[in-house]
Design a protein around this ligand. Sequence first.
Ligand SMILES: *[C@@H]1O[C@H](CO)[C@@H](O)[C@H](O)[C@H]1NC(C)=O
Ligand SMILES: *[C@@H]1O[C@H](CO)[C@@H](O)[C@H](O)[C@H]1NC(C)=O
Length: 492
Amino acid sequence: MRVALLITSVLLFLTCTNSVRILAIFPMLSHSHYTIGHTLMKELAKRGHEITFVSLFPEKEKVNNLTSVVLDGIQQKYQESKSSLSPFSLHNIPSFLTIFMLNQMTCQLLEEILEHETMQALLKNKDKQYDIVLSEQFMLDGLLAVGQHFGVPYGLVSAIGPSTWSNHLVGAPDIPSYMGSIITENKVHTSFYTRMNDIIQKYVPNSPHIYDIIYNTSLIIYNSDVALSQPLPTAPNMIEIGGFHVLPPKKLPDDLQKLLDNAKNGVIYFSMGSVMKSKLLPLEKRQEILKALSKVKETVLWKFEENLPDLPPNVVIKDWFPQTDLLAHPNVKVFITHGGRLSTIEALYRGVPIVGIPVFGDQTMNMANAVSCGHGVMIPYGDLSEETLTNALKEVLHNPKYSISAKHGSSVLQDQIVNPIDKAEYWIEYVVKYKGAKHLRLASVDLAWYQHASLDVILFLGVVDLLLVWVFYKIARRLCCRSKKNKKQKVN
Ligand SMILES: *[C@@H]1O[C@H](CO)[C@@H](O)[C@H](O)[C@H]1NC(C)=O
Ligand SMILES: *[C@@H]1O[C@H](CO)[C@@H](O)[C@H](O)[C@H]1NC(C)=O
């Protein structure tokens, strides 16, 4: 009894001393980004840390130790301006334009976040203390100014893996030749940072220049893993926790459980995610899809947000499915997805092969990774038809290599030395404990680009070489002339 008491009090003492006060800022408009931040912070709150969570979405349930701060109005404004535009119409926007739009959008969003009265109140409240500030990476580097403002170490959480967006912040190599995709085409330019700098100077009092802030980032936590794409170069303060948001499967609702158990021919699960609602699919695409689905013998569960007349008998629609739990059911044979980051991770985690219909953003990149890892087939949205969908389903359902690759990927993804949330927790505590953990910093962060590429050294050696060549040339000429002169004198 006494021993038990002692152990409990030691444990309590440990948890108390390690409790970290985190200001977490996840203000992206898309719900999947919110999910990444919220899931991580909720788990950290459960472990006794004190979280202040800033986002654009109101809390669904009260989480102990997590104070939710909602920047209201921003989400609604974008919702209204977006409602006239179907997300499916974004599929043929050229990538240079996507990049331009992203730059515009993120700068505008940064300004709306920082000028928001709730955010301003939070910035002015210097009585409230934090140990670390963590914010969303998605081109919102300007948010790091908040960490600087509170005088504590700060870091980023990235919804994607290492990329040219973030590697330079901690001096890790970013090598476009093999770090592919939309992300690499989008090198963050000086003009972008100049705009961000103007914004933080305006709304975060006494900020140093943005470069002095961003290149002092202590930690970047990535929602990525080698199982999800090729391995990429990292720095010691870049931590990968991909798959962390997939928790052990919960019990399914009874009707769904019955449906899945009774699907003798297996189940195809189909969802285009939370932004690209299937009900927004143009009519002709929807008809092509239904024709393809009516030909398969599997039961199809399709996340479709309104009633659909004349459904084939094997197709069941519902406006929402508990996706990660459902994917764990052994009867699920394939997942038709838009290729969103979280969906592709969840499918791989559960070992389910995918047919991806990417529309925009990082979806093509995620699907290209799934194709090269061997557990997916991609149909770019523009090519989606009865024929392409039928062929893709046939291929994934009947060629065992897809499910073998998916099982392999699932095993690699889950084969971690520690649980990814414990890993995130460890590194957050570590950075707090060592006040920014300067000893993890690569020297390359402090080098100019020409020093980084050793151009100064190459230039110096080049000049020395040229000088040497010139000197040798002079000496050779002199020797040569002298011997000619000598010859002449002899002849005379
Ligand atoms: C947070 O959790 C810790 C440990 O469980 C507890 O001591 C503390 O009172 C909690 N703080 C809040 C604000 O709920
Ligand atoms: C960089 O961050 C560390 C840790 O938060 C801090 O101690 C240091 O003063 C910062 N350096 C600059 C130049 O702001």
